[in-house]
Design a protein around this ligand. Sequence first.
Ligand code: SAH
Length: 355
Amino acid sequence: MTPGEREQKVKALIDKLCLTRKLKRSEWIELIRERTPAAADYLFELARVVRIRHYGHDIYIRGLIEFTNYCKNDCYYCGIRKSNTYAQRYRLSKEDILSCCDQGYELGFRTFVLQGGEDGWFTDERLCDIVSAIRNSFPDCAVTLSVGERSRKSYQQLYEAGADRYLLRHETYNEDHYNRLHPPQMSASHRKKCLWDLKRSGYQTGTGFMVGVPFQTPENLADDMLFLARLNPQMVGIGPFVPHHDTPFADAPGGTVELTLFMLGLIRLLLPRVLLPATTALGTIDPEGREKGILAGANVVMPNLSPLQVREKYLLYDNKICTGDEAAESLNHLKERMEKIGYHITVDRGDSLNI
Ligand code: SAH
């Protein structure tokens, strides 16, 4: 095939995805492997049409509260892994968390995302107490949890305490690839079991993966897309892998903006109504990353509401943004930036239409 013919083939696969929302594994691989800049532009145009059809030009905001960086896990890519003895550990109190929510509510946030390492201090009892306190103080807000793998019973209790949504990236579908990114105590199958448990417990569920994480192949990404099609989550969080200097992957190359945007566009076509954030990691590797993410089909941004003193300690990767200005200041800045590309931030819980 000539390069021109290859490009036509890729565009034809994009059309097929857009129309049928179904590709074979071999087609996903070809689409990802043979992509070109012109095919990507074509994809983004279609992704924007689909996004605008369902969500208009609205952008939902989620207030991210990074409430603990203690973690019992040792993921090779992550800056808050247990073995990183240089990380300064912190834990927010219930009062700290509620005051972040107060501040966020004033600013117009109607979703709070509590994210943290897998910190045993936050037993079901303690976490349920925090969730129900937020639920009672902010009845018109959604509470999202992102605290890793827990038992079915724990997920259920947290749901009953008032959590509506849960983010748990599957990280990578392929078992062997998963094992190259995690220590032996962790497994792809357990992670997936947790995702099905979350769905069964009633959560609006989010999953996702890193783009350009070490050893990732187009085949792995194809499997990730097939998994997304099967799980049919309400949210998908993807961002580039960004190395952290005190991890085993310190010297690995990071993921690219180009491939991350391409994957965002594909996800918008695969799951037209999904909530798709333009992530902090994307904003970290490119100063215009979040705008580019929105223009590739994303419809959510997640500004940081964590107290300024702890933000730099929740360092999953190097140079993470949002460590400087106040939440209010950065929100105004973000609003202006989104207006510039023709989109507006809305005050809304922003529930998924994908139910
Ligand atoms: N402990 C929770 C939250 C993890 S942090 C959990 O297990 O779900 C949220 C996400 O950050 C992770 O799922 C991972 O995909 C991403 N992440 C971690 N380290 C990263 C890095 N070095 N570069 C980019 N993303 C990273």
